[in-house]
Design a binder for this molecule. Structure first.
Ligand code: BDP
Length: 714
């Protein structure tokens, strides 16, 4: 009796002393609050046996000690003796019995980063074996084992084998050297360049831990709108210090390369990629980088896009530029990620089509260590985009997926939007490029065109805010990137479920409600921002709030009116053969579905068609009525999210409960703003009433048009 109360008090104390400020992300390791499960786990997990002949094993071992001791509410020691309940980490090179136990084929399947977790008998003892071919696999296996306990799953008879589907699983930081973050809404850059290389902030280690826990194995430290200074010796020493801090977590660093660096920091007259002096400069620079960082990952390049310099300045192609850098990094096993996000202000062509037009002809011309990095959709990270037509169109080139975690167009760090449904929608889309079933997922993971160099990146939403991502639910999007890049067959529900359990609580009622809310959140946002295929109708420059009327940008394709094309007849961008014919960039099966108004999914209708206001939708209602319904239902659903959240007060800490409650209230106001501003504006073209049953907009269109936000984050 006495013993039990001590345990319970111990648990209470342990759980309450730590402030729930969100800093610990999904690695909280609070003591399991289910008493019978805790008892079981305590029998099944008694000690850790782990070699320490590699930095990654030291990390795995430390994490297991911290994690298991926290979860089990008692110290779980590292010891060499194997007893019942030992969690043993070992490679076949450490313990030859493993290869026999697991079998050659099963081991081969793991590659360099996969792992196996198995309950086995070893020297007559019941143990959990975590094994892999390489140290990285053991590290990932250790985190997976912790996840099983954190999500309160049975660990009685484990037989798990897991291998990443994608090789390069990366964050892209759009962080500037002055610590501002382009499109960052969670504070400053976490890279404290001023105090590097001397000062290693604990944050760097926790950042690396978090990434390792979800399988992220690379990070591009700097903005794609690059600064050449990062490539100078002083700064490379700072980068090396970060690389050293990350290495024990199997996290490689990459940098963005400013194409004009040979001119800016190298005193050359040109950056022409075919000029021998330029090529030599990059080669020498790369060799220098590898002196500081022997396992440097490589370069990410934004060239000839939105004012960035590139090979086209010298009448060379993207392939010429990429291959020059590829040659420089190749001797060091480095790679080049060359972005396909290009569109030119001089080209009158539909912006949708420009990346495809420029890159498709270059298929087959890139060196083996180049990936072309393609945004998920053809325009720019909108709440909903059709899949980018380059997917499936460049079979000879590995195409890397670029998602955006930072919510530039999705309500900044204010709106609760879980992005897994968006990411999966794109992955599941069938490109029809090879046969009936060539979904984007299989283009990106290399299955369709047999590529082994594969990648997936997320533009980071991380900053110096105590909870890393500003919105507590932004963490879920970082989490999703890692989990999906590791295993693109996971569903949004599975990912949400495990994230909620680790981040908040395992209490079923909470998990169920929050999971439902997360899964619905993206469609809700589409409804109150850009329903039925509307896109790019946000405020100019900062991208905050609605501005469908905006028409003063220095270039046409930055104006919302360019994208929605509302007029007295209807609304939407005709991208069929009678319009820009962007649809011709898709395979016939995709094109046919989209080009017919009747078969085009209504969610994409205005992406591809200029649709009359009176057009009858599948429901029998007109387009205008449906547009009104969507905007109103979006707002109603945010109110539903608020009510659902309010019911959860007693399940979690007040800190995060209150934060999210406040953020949802702002989200509701902003949803109303989007709805009213968009409907009032589009109504000037449709000349039709907002149905009587709906609450009336509380401001005039003029009021919304006059709002200005000079200090909104950029
Ligand atoms: C857009 C952003 C801009 C980025 C650009 C890019 O508005 O800040 O530089 O994408 O991806 O979404 O290069």
């Amino acid at each position: 009796m006495k013993k039990w109360s001590t345990v319970i008090i111990g648990i209470l104390i342990f759980n309450t002393v730590l402030a729930e400020d969100g800093y610990r992300l999904w690695l909280r390791y609070n003591t399991i609050d289910n008493v019978s499960l805790l008892q079981q786990y305590r029998q099944q997990v008694t000690s850790i046996n782990c070699p320490s002949d590699d930095a990654r094993l030291v990390s795995a071992n430390q994490e297991l000690q911290t994690g298991l001791s926290g979860l089990l509410g008692k110290k779980i020691p590292l010891q060499t003796a194997v007893i019942n309940g030992t969690v043993m980490l070992a490679l076949p090179t450490h313990l030859p019995f493993i290869r026999k136990q697991i079998g050659d084929t099963a081991m081969a399947r793991l590659g360099d980063e996969g792992f196996i977790i198995r309950t086995i008998k070893y020297e007559g003892k019941n143990i959990t074996l975590i094994t892999a071919n390489k140290q990285a696999g053991l590290l990932y296996g250790a985190f997976h084992f912790l996840r099983l306990l954190q999500t309160q799953q049975s660990i009685r008879q484990l037989s798990i084998s897991s291998t990443p589907k994608i090789k390069l699983r990366l964050l892209n930081h759009w962080d500037n050297l002055n610590r501002t973050v382009e499109r960052g809404y969670a504070g400053n850059s976490i890279w404290d360049w001023q105090r590097l290389p001397g000062y290693i902030d604990q944050r760097y280690l926790d950042y690396a831990r978090a990434n390792a826990s979800i399988g992220i194995n690379g990070t591009v430290l700097t903005n794609v709108n690059a600064n050449a200074v990062i490539l100078t010796a002083d700064w490379l020493q700072k980068v090396a210090a970060l690389a050293n801090a990350f290495r024990p977590y199997n996290l490689k660093v990459y940098l963005t390369a400013r194409f004009s660096a040979p001119v800016e920091i190298g005193n050359l007259k040109t950056a022409d990629p075919l000029d021998p002096a330029v090529r030599k400069w990059w080669k020498d620079k790369t060799d220098e980088i590898y002196k500081y960082i022997p396992d440097f990952g490589g370069f990410l390049v934004k060239a000839n896009s939105e004012g960035q310099p590139g090979p086209q300045n010298y009448n060379r192609t993207h392939a010429d530029g990429a291959n020059m850098l590829a040659e420089a990094v190749a001797p060091h096993d480095g790679i080049v990620m060359w972005r396909a996000f290009v569109y030119s202000s001089e080209t009158p062509e539909d912006r949708f089509k420009q990346a495809y037009n420029e890159f498709k002809p270059l298929d087959g011309q890139f060196k083996k260590n180049v990936l072309v990095q393609v945004k998920n959709g053809p325009i720019d990270f909108q709440p909903r985009e059709p899949f980018h037509p380059l997917f499936g169109a460049m079979p000879q080139t590995p195409l890397m997926m670029e998602y955006q975690l930072t919510q530039e167009y999705l309500g900044f760090a204010t709106h609760l939007v879980y992005l897994a449904p968006l990411f999966k929608e794109v992955l599941n889309a069938d490109t029809h490029s090879k046969n009936e079933n060539s979904p984007v997922a299989q283009i990106v993971d290399g299955t369709t065109d047999e590529h082994t160099l594969t990648g997936m990146a997320g533009v980071s939403n991380i900053g110096s805010d105590i909870n890393w991502t500003g919105h507590p639910f932004g963490q879920a999007n970082w989490y999703t990137l890692g989990r999906l890049a590791w295993d693109n067959t996971l569903t949004p529900a599975q990912i949400a479920n495990e994230w909620i359990r680790q981040t908040f609580t395992n209490k079923q009622a909470f998990v169920d409600t929050v999971q439902q809310l997360m899964l619905a959140s993206r469609e809700i946002q589409v409804n109150y921002m850009t329903p039925l295929g509307l896109h790019h109708i946000m405020g100019y420059g900062h991208h905050y709030g609605p501005a469908p009327w905006y028409n003063k940008a220095p270039r046409a394709d930055w104006n919302p009116v360019y994208f929605h094309k509302a007029d007295s007849i209807g609304i939407g961008f005709n991208r069929t053969a009678t319009g820009s014919n962007a649809l011709a960039q898709y395979q016939p099966a995709v094109r046919q579905q989209f080009e017919n108004m009747g078969t085009c999914p209504e969610a994409f209708l205005l992406w591809f068609h200029h649709v009359p206001w009176d057009y009858k939708m599948h429901s029998g209602k007109t387009l205008w009525e449906t547009l009104c319904d969507k905007y109103y239902s979006g707002v109603d659903s945010v109110r539903w999210m608020q009510r659902s959240w309010d019911h959860l007060k007693n399940y979690i800490d007040t800190e995060r409960f209150n934060q999210i409650k406040q953020l949802l209230a702002i989200q509701e106001q902003e949803a109303v703003w989007w709805r009213n501003a968009c409907l009032l504006y589009f109504q000037t073209f449709s000349n039709k009433p907002i149905p009587e049953k709906y609450e009336k907009p509380d401001h005039t269109l003029a009021y919304y048009e006059e709002l200005e936000f000079p200090y909104a984050p950029h």
